[in-house]
Write a protein that binds this ligand. Structure first.
Ligand code: 5MY
Ligand code: ATP
Length: 491
């Protein structure tokens, strides 16, 4: 990318989250990821350019030196910080404004620093030339936390039975973030059991929220920008997907068409999620099991009879789900056990503020960070060092609980023979694929008190709303004041 020859007409709006806005190049497989700030923050006093650079460099270093060693070399693309002409950034910001979903407009793109992250466009395959007629498709999944907390610090028993995602749904519906309840449960997806995984994926397709997006040639064709702007038509999706799974266009008419194509899609996603594409190693597949007790969520709609018979197959050791789950499980004290440790660090920093830099609380995230996080003792010896390590491990786990998986697929031309483990054979076609992980930003240290509070809110709200449903309505013995008929209930 030649930064001095940037032209806003060559870039278009691609998507955004809570913290960044992404534009993609119309031809090359590249994206620019800009920071966002609250709209009410006054103009130029925004993060100074130096601060924005530091923030972005921290993101790159954290992805590269901390998350990559945990998640695997091939899954993580850390990108690089680029400095862009301010004119270009401002024109771009104007250009993308009307594309932005309403719910994200409380924040504005950083147009002052000129800094952004340049990353490969992960909706496209990086390694092969794709055909003009059948462009690449990409499935993005934000799987969220895939296990139940096992820490003895947990005070509410429900946290050992119902996963955070399923509990959080109730609060999200109540505060209007989404209109319909998702039946997706992350524990089904992370189970490694193909039946449960496909159940989870079907539920994601039914109600995508911000956990599923599908792109064709880099354009969103399925999923939500926000609650008011959703593309969720399975028949339309089927039409898009037919050429990938049924290139010869046989069978594929009539009422079963949608189901057949969607089943093919689900099989392909499951295969990619369980494959070893991060290391590209073949050979013996070792499985990672989490104990049965932690692997089922009581709120999941997956058939209870099958669950009882045992439906936790475990994940192949190096598959993307297993890598993410292992990083998530670095949170082994739960936010309830972490909060007092955070307070210990805070108290220490209150007394010795200069230690903040030495303890590398906010970076720099160099190679040493990873070693320190990996080799952590499990017993609390009452030291600040222990507390800092736990806090930092928790932050890595938080990042892993909020990242997204990108599965890019492209038809495999007959004359091309890529590595065998990068090809998925469907019933009627062959697809080349790649798996990557995105959004590996460090979660702010200062957010821990918020996490603690939110955890309490989620659990309390869940208990309140499910209790209300379980409690039978108090029988109204006398119907109306004028009507004094006693209503008798059978016993
Ligand atoms: O707390 P959660 O589980 O709601 O996760 C937040 C996400 O909400 P979700 O439940 O996935 O819709 C939230 O996603 P949305 O903005 O809702 O799309 C962010 O990813 C947020 O991370 P950050 O503060 O931007 O770094 C996420 O916050 P962190 O908890 O990861 O800090
Ligand atoms: N390298 C990439 N290639 C293709 N698409 C990308 C890339 N990076 C981000 N995106 C798209 O942009 C969207 C927003 O990016 P991202 O998740 O990094 O933002 P965020 O603000 O950090 O999100 P969050 O709300 O989780 O904090 C993603 O969901 C994805 O669709």
């Amino acid at each position: 990318m030649e930064v001095d020859k940037m032209d806003e007409n060559e870039w278009k709006y691609h998507g955004e989250g809570n913290k960044s806005l992404v534009v993609s190049h119309v031809e090359h497989s590249q994206v620019l990821r800009f920071l966002k700030y609250p709209a009410e923050e006054p103009g130029n006093s925004h993060k100074a350019a130096k601060e924005a650079f530091g923030h972005l460099q921290n993101i790159v270093d954290f992805s590269k030196n901390v998350m990559k060693p945990f998640l695997g070399e091939n899954y993580v693309h850390h990108g690089e910080v680029v400095h862009l002409p301010l004119d270009f950034v401002r024109q771009l910001s104007l250009k993308v404004e009307q594309e932005r979903p309403e719910s994200r407009c409380d924040k504005v793109m950083d147009i002052f620093s000129g800094y952004a992250l340049c990353l490969p466009n992960l909706t496209k395959l990086q390694t092969c030339h794709f055909s003009e007629s059948v462009p690449p498709i990409c499935i993005e999944i934000k799987p969220k936390c895939g296990f139940l907390p096992f820490s003895s610090h947990v005070t509410k028993d429900v946290k050992h039975r119902v996963c955070r995602f399923c509990m959080h749904q109730h609060l999200k519906l109540a505060n209007g973030k989404w209109k319909r309840m998702s039946r997706y449960c992350p524990l089904d997806l992370f189970s490694g059991n193909k039946q449960r995984m496909s159940f989870a994926l079907k539920n994601l397709l039914q109600e995508a929220q911000n956990n599923l997006k599908i792109f064709k040639n880099g354009e969103l064709i399925y999923g939500c920008k926000d609650d008011k702007d959703c593309l969720q038509d399975l028949n339309a999706l089927t039409q898009h997907l037919k050429p990938y799974f049924f290139p010869a266009n046989g069978l594929i008419h009539g009422p079963h068409c949608t189901r057949t194509v969607i089943n093919e899609l689900i099989n392909v996603i499951t295969t990619a999620l369980l494959s070893n594409s991060g290391t590209c190693r073949t050979g013996e597949i070792r499985k990672v099991h989490i104990s049965e007790g932690r692997a089922h969520c009581d709120a999941s709609h997956f058939h209870r009879d099958i669950l009882r018979k045992g439906s936790h197959s475990g994940l192949p050791k190096d598959c993307v789900l297993s890598k993410i789950l292992q990083a998530q499980m670095l949170d082994n004290v739960d936010i309830e056990g972490l909060h007092p440790l955070y307070n210990r660090v805070e108290q220490y920093l209150g007394e010795f503020p200069k230690e903040r830099i030495k303890l590398q609380i906010d970076g720099p995230y160099n190679e040493n960070c990873f070693e320190k996080l990996r080799n952590s003792q499990s017993e609390d010896d009452g030291t600040v060092d222990y507390a800092v390590r736990k806090v930092q491990q928790y932050r890595v786990a938080m990042t892993a609980k909020d990242c997204s998986i990108m599965i890019a697929l492209s038809p495999c031309p007959d004359d091309e023979l890529p590595e065998p483990n990068l090809v998925i054979q469907t019933s009627k076609s062959r697809l080349i694929y790649s798996v990557s992980i995105l959004d590996l930003d460090p979660k702010p240290y200062e957010n821990i008190p918020h996490q603690y509070k939110l955890d309490g809110q989620i659990v309390n709200f869940y208990l309140k709303s499910t209790q209300a449903k379980q409690d039978p309505p108090t029988p109204n013995l006398f119907m109306d004041s004028e009507d004094c008929t006693l209503v008798l209930h059978s016993v």
